[in-house]
Design a protein around this ligand. Structure first.
Ligand SMILES: Cc1cc2nc3c(=O)[nH]c(=O)nc-3n(C[C@H](O)[C@H](O)[C@H](O)COP(=O)(O)O)c2cc1C
Ligand SMILES: Nc1ncnc2c1ncn2[C@@H]1O[C@H](COP(=O)(O)OP(=O)(O)OP(=O)(O)O)[C@@H](O)[C@H]1O
Length: 312
């Protein structure tokens, strides 16, 4: 996969899909699949046009994917070229026509643009799919509009998935994403209490303060460490039995592994929510509950073998 630098002109004729692509959900995937299919058919170079940051939405809500996570998903979907525009520059004040002329035509040599029916662009989102079609006639590129992907009659959207994951409805969120929600980062050292209690844990230092974490609680998870899949049970929360921390911690116990993951990169997929996080009076009660969580997780993976669960 190649990252095309912002402003760097492309000489090949391109097909472009544009958007924030937060989460890279089923709607985005439909768009990407059209992008790849049509580029092949028309002998164009497929490019995803996305943004490095999201000043407006960032203020409103947390993001489903960091830029690195998005790039990982694009790579998995076999997208060859990603153009990352910086929204802080004059991009935000460009009119729809300026954006098309400067970015799509002059810089990216575009012959085909693929967007969803709700696509808006340019200063104050003045442009829509009709504006884009009109500009296509002037600047000689084709426009394909992809119908909204619906699930149970509702349009799949990043904000809907955000609310589901924030509410702990991980399975519903995952079904709209088309892959399990994940968090990635480096495993850091905890206090070692878990090991002492009989369940060693890997503490994940996740990538970005603006990343949405699933609602506090205990989840069945799958760890991907260097391509090796690990059966996990994970607590997202403050560990109230021991401390009332301000920062949310992500702590996983992986079944049937002895490895030390400190300092290693780990991607953690959230599969199923088991329960809320509980403040226990006695440490022994916490220990018993975690042992029960581990048993429940073991049973889950007996009926749902890890290899049968589609990840990304
Ligand atoms: C599966 C699992 C469930 C947990 N559930 C709770 C809980 O309900 N309440 C709580 O205070 N801590 C919970 N924890 C967090 C433990 O308190 C924490 O892992 C332990 O204190 C070890 O912390 P350390 O890695 O910093 O040593 C849970 C941890 C795991 C792995
Ligand atoms: N459910 C969907 N079905 C088809 N295309 C979609 C869907 N949701 C978004 N798209 C399209 O995907 C591209 C990227 O969307 P982007 O993430 O920028 O904005 P969006 O429409 O606000 O999506 P969301 O509401 O999910 O955040 C756009 O062209 C958009 O129209």
């Amino acid at each position: 996969m190649k990252i095309i630098e912002f402003h760097k002109p492309v000489s090949k004729k391109t097909a472009i899909a544009i958007g924030m692509f937060d989460g890279v959900h089923l709607g985005h995937k439909a768009l990407i699949s059209q992008l790849l299919g049509k580029s092949d058919e028309k002998n164009l170079c497929p490019v995803i046009y996305t943004f490095s940051n999201h000043p407006i939405k960032e203020a409103k809500r947390k993001l489903l994917t960091t830029l690195n996570e998005k790039l990982y998903i694009f790579e998995k979907l076999d997208v060859e070229n990603i153009y990352i525009a910086n929204l802080e520059e004059d991009l935000m004040t460009m009119s729809p026509e300026e954006f098309v002329k400067k970015e799509l035509v002059k810089t990216l040599n575009c012959k085909l643009v693929i967007v969803g029916e709700n696509f808006r662009f340019g200063h104050k989102k003045e442009g829509n799919v009709n504006t884009l079609k009109e500009l296509g006639k002037i600047f000689n590129f084709e426009v394909i509009i992809v119908n909204k992907v619906l699930k149970d009659g509702v349009a799949v959207s990043s904000s809907l998935i955000h609310d589901l994951i924030l509410g702990g409805e991980i399975e519903e969120g995952n079904s709209l994403l088309g892959h399990p929600y994940f968090v990635q980062g480096i495993v850091e050292r905890g206090k070692g209490l878990g090991r002492h209690l009989g369940f060693p844990t890997a503490n994940l230092a996740y990538e970005n303060g603006n990343k949405l974490l699933p609602k506090n609680g205990v989840y069945i998870t799958i760890g991907n460490y260097n391509g090796i899949l690990l059966k996990g049970v994970t607590n997202v929360g403050f560990n109230p039995t021991f401390e009332d921390k301000k920062n949310v911690k992500i702590e996983s116990h992986f079944l049937d592994v002895e490895n030390d993951f400190y300092g290693k990169f780990l991607r953690l997929y959230f599969i199923k929510r088991l329960r809320d996080e509980i403040k226990y009076e006695k440490v022994q009660d916490l220990r018993n509950q975690v042992m029960a969580d581990i048993e429940e997780t073991r049973k889950f993976f007996e009926s749902n073998p890890i290899e049968s669960i589609a990840l990304i």
